[in-house]
Ligand binder design. Sequence first.
Ligand code: SF4
Length: 349
Amino acid sequence: MKPALKSAEEETRLRDWLTARGEPAFRFGQVQSWLYRRYALGFDRMVNLPLSLRRELADRWQAFSLVLEQELSAPDGTRKFLFRLADGACIESVLIRSGKRTTACISTQAGCPVGCVFCATGRAGFVRDLRTAEIVDQVVFLCNALNERVRNVVVMGMGEPLLNLSELIPALECLCDPGRLGVGDRHVTVSTSGIVPGIIELARFRRQWNLAVSLHAATEALRRRLIPAGHRHPIAEIADACRTYRAETRRIVTFEYVLLAGINDSDRDCRALADLSRGVGAKVNLIPCNRTEGRFLSPPRSRIDRFAAGLRYAGIAVSVRQSRGQAIQGACGQLHRVFAGSSGQTPED
Ligand code: SF4
């Protein structure tokens, strides 16, 4: 299999190869410009390069590492893409438009080893970590689809990003490099289910990336029901790690809280979440459950409003996420499951 070009190692190889071939010094910059400024998905697009050079490049490297399998568009403008990777694994990316704001929601793993019980990806199991190029290429593709630079990136698609930090960090550095995709640090949000060592390691980079922690429960007993033991960390340790992240980066942490009717939406749950959020200085983003199989349902609007009001009354900054892309299986993992079902393929195939 040809190596994907979007990694520091392969870029060095490319530069050396161009030099050894006697190409002018600007050639490397031309290729980079096509890859990151004009979102080229193949060397054939690079028309200011000699044809023979384009062919030789294509023989040696992949300019783009994903194959689009399916695209769905929702009436609200949300577009969802299913990609197949070189080894056959599938991932999803979502392009969300809200007014002039464009946001890319990207995956970091094929499947997910955490296995949250309410999540389609978690139920489908884990396949593998994504490579740096496969993470970057999702954003490149969405820029190409949009024909302009994506301004915001949320790492909230398939997978647990902090279990793939060694590939995620170079990908984020590439996305935020002003000479490449130029996304502002403060326009990147990394979402974790609460992987404590990963939060602490991410804090050490002292970048201005936003951290969102998908808490979903403010008590250990409830969290045990929602997240299997393998990758579940104690709430007190998550809170400490969030305080470290805040101290190192000066960024406010967000607690993501999927509201599940009759499970984590009581007044008592609200008080526990308020206490925890106050202790960390976190704001809260409430996410009405996106129905995936009918086992979990969103609470009625009146209960969501009461829960939000309870947090506000306790002095916590709170927002309620607008559900987008429901017509196209907007929650992570749903499109993949529909596709896998129709093609007879599963992540384990
Ligand atoms: S919610 Fe996130 S961490 Fe949990 S199983 Fe789904 S993708 Fe993994």
